[in-house]
Design a protein around this ligand. Structure first.
Ligand code: G3I
Ligand code: 9MR
Ligand code: ZN
Length: 585
């Protein structure tokens, strides 16, 4: 009450409510990068100012651009370009006749806090241990959950199986190797690209201060669970979940049996799980070497065993066995997973047989194929990760490495140029507005950061920032798609802890799946069928096909934010192998 009264007393004219018609990155912009706000209003406006939040003082004046039609949202969008603003500080954009925007910052460190919040969300997703976000988010905690497990008949084994940690996948409490694969791999890559800066960040987790960087401490929590999913023959089970999704309860209240689930018949383990597992363990085998050589060696061996299993079982798909209705992550083609594993194993071990495996097969995965548009990495398609990692390997086949670089230039040019098409200046195209479209966008952003790094072209990193701006509020809803980040974030994720903890605000640092024209849940099926793809979204807890959160969507966000942070240092983002030397090889 007191603060509201105070606000009214001192509230001058400039403190009017922000309008959704002005869209800004609610976190902010880097001083040395493009700074654009977007305006969608009934009557085209002509002028804008940038004002200091503290006192409303005008620090920049400009004219709005002509309107651009944005096909995917149906919006007519004008741009307020204040790239030339030389000041740092906290600001808002004011458009006479339209209103003012939410506040945002302009500083070199503008994304640091958001990176930490997004990365720390993995701690919140931990299974098998009590979690407490502490004084930063008082009361956000849960007790140790899913401590016991059992082999499901579909796994080929019977009896109890200790359940061993890991991260809850998403809004549900399942743990899935395929999705853990790309998530953990992406995070480890982020460390490899930007570790020089990330290694110093304290995430306030139980392991903090143990001498190993916290980012690696957090990732190790999931790696240990993944290791526990490998059978003695080297194969890897698909997932550990209950047979059906539990109610909207806290994780420690979920008493459904946590089963190790397999394919239901020989060989019980699935090929995509083995491929993703091998790739991730291979990366871990080099990243942990300086800190924990024994663990690194264990991971590397596990990767080699999984690859050997995979060579004998190249295409065992996974489908949910009868009676099981949790997430499937079914993917009929595991050749890309196997290629990724071979490339990461080559990078880690230097063993030429992995390189040969790659060189013999990579041509089929080159992107974009003639006449095709580029597709960023996703849980079902890790082929591009295979290609890029190979291009970063020492002693790579020069012909292969060259063609991969060449393809990456073509892909990155194509993706970066999309910013000129639509009003929102992002990499998404119409067909991308499916389940997890924000994850697709973050993966485009990651791809651009990788391209910038490998090809030493800052233009790609600049384009990646445009994608980040959309996620952080510069979108048709003027909504930050990351919980607790920005002044107007989405608030009702399909996320069991956020729903069941009795608190108004959701758990922090989680990115929404985003607009999905597929309308694959009962809430979304009820929205108007006339909505444009980019508008097919509701901030509604029940809308799991548009508003769930997931570890594989947060991971490219973490990567993208890390790349953006590095740009704030005033140096083009060049974490690649010949770049700023942060790459460990
Ligand atoms: O890419 C195709 C497109 O070609 C096609 O035209 C279009 C038509 O529907 O669909 C697109 O595929 C969609 C695909 O996601 C894109 O990745 C499928 O429809 C859609 O069903 C599929 O959804 C997956 C969803 O599980 C349902 O299986 C999501 O990728 C996946 O992220 C999500 O994962 C769930 C886990 O199962 C359980 N835990 C939560 C997690 C997040 O929601
Ligand atoms: O909560 C589940 C979510 O994690 C999944 O992504 C989604 C699709 O598989 O399913 C959700 O669970 C719903 C179930 O599929 C149908 N009944 C309602 C459940 C959520 O309330
Ligand atoms: Zn759990």
């Amino acid at each position: 009450m007191k603060s509201i009264a105070l606000l009214i007393l001192v509230a001058p004219l400039f403190a009017a409510n922000p309008t959704v018609e002005i869209k800004v990155d609610q976190v902010g912009y880097l001083p040395n990068a493009s700074k654009i706000a977007l305006v969608v209003s009934k009557n085209p406006a002509t002028e804008f100012t940038v004002n200091q939040s503290r006192d409303g003082k005008v620090v920049f004046r400009g004219n709005l651009s002509a309107s651009r039609d944005d096909y995917d949202s149906g919006d007519r969008v004008q741009a307020a370009d204040f790239t030339r603003l030389a000041k740092t500080g906290q600001f808002y954009v004011d458009v006479p006749g339209v209103g003012r925007s939410w506040d945002f910052d302009v500083t070199p460190e503008v994304y640091d806090k958001t990176w930490r919040t997004a990365m720390r969300s993995y701690y919140g997703q931990r299974c098998g241990i009590a979690v407490d976000l502490g004084p930063e988010f008082p009361g956000y905690k849960h007790a140790a959950c899913h401590l016991e497990g059992a082999y499901h008949p579909s796994s080929g084994k019977t009896g109890p199986k200790p359940s061993a940690g890991g991260w809850h996948d998403a809004g549900d409490y399942g743990r899935y190797i395929v999705n853990s694969g790309i998530s953990t791999g992406t995070l480890l890559w982020a460390y490899e690209f930007y570790g020089g800066r990330l290694r110093n960040v304290n995430l306030a987790i139980p392991e903090s201060g143990n001498g190993q960087p916290d980012m690696l401490n957090e990732i190790q929590w999931n790696l240990k669970w993944m290791l526990s999913m490998q059978d003695s023959d080297g194969g890897v089970w698909q997932k550990q979940t209950s047979e059906k999704f539990c109610d909207f309860i806290m994780p420690e209240k979920d008493k459904l049996v946590s089963y190790v689930i397999g394919t239901g018949s020989e060989p019980f383990k699935s090929s995509c799980a083995a491929g993703d597992f091998a790739a991730v363990m291979a990366i871990a085998g080099r990243v942990y070497r300086p800190f924990n050589p024994a663990f690194a060696e264990k991971c590397s061996k596990a990767a080699q065993n999984a690859f050997a299993w995979l060579e004998k079982h190249t295409n065992v798909p996974f489908k949910n066995p009868p009676g099981v209705s949790t997430g499937e992550y079914g993917d009929r083609n595991c050749a890309d997973e196997q290629l990724w594993a071979a490339a990461e194993l080559f990078r880690t071990t230097g063993d030429k047989t992995y390189s040969q495996y790659f060189v013999d097969r990579y041509a089929a995965f080159r992107r974009p194929a003639v006449g095709e548009e580029d597709e960023p990495p996703s849980w079902s398609n890790v082929g591009s990760l295979a290609l890029w990692t190979y291009a970063m390997a020492q002693n790579a086949d020069p012909g292969a490495a060259n063609s991969i670089r060449h393809d990456l230039i073509a892909a990155a040019d194509e993706i970066a140029n999309r910013a000129n098409n639509g009003g929102y200046r992002i990499s998404l195209v119409t067909r991308d507005y499916v389940w997890g479209s924000n994850g697709i966008l973050a993966n485009y952003g990651m791809e651009l950061m990788v391209a910038s790094s490998l090809l030493h072209n800052d233009r790609y990193a600049q384009a990646a920032l445009e994608d980040l701006h959309y996620i952080l509020g510069r979108n048709t809803f003027s909504l930050s798609f990351v919980t607790r980040v920005g002044e107007n974030p989405f608030r009702h994720p399909h996320h069991r802890p956020s729903a069941a903890d009795g608190k108004d605000e959701p758990w922090p640092g989680l990115m929404s799946g985003g607009p999905n024209k597929g309308r694959q849940d009962d809430v979304m099926r009820k929205v108007s069928p006339d909505l444009a793809p980019a508008k097919t979204y509701l901030d509604d807890q029940g809308a799991y096909s548009a508003n769930e959160v997931a570890i594989n969507w947060n991971a490219p966000l973490v990567f993208l934010l890390a790349g953006a942070e590095e740009m704030g240092d005033g140096v083009p983002a060049r974490g690649g192998p010949t770049g700023r030397g942060r790459h460990q090889r």
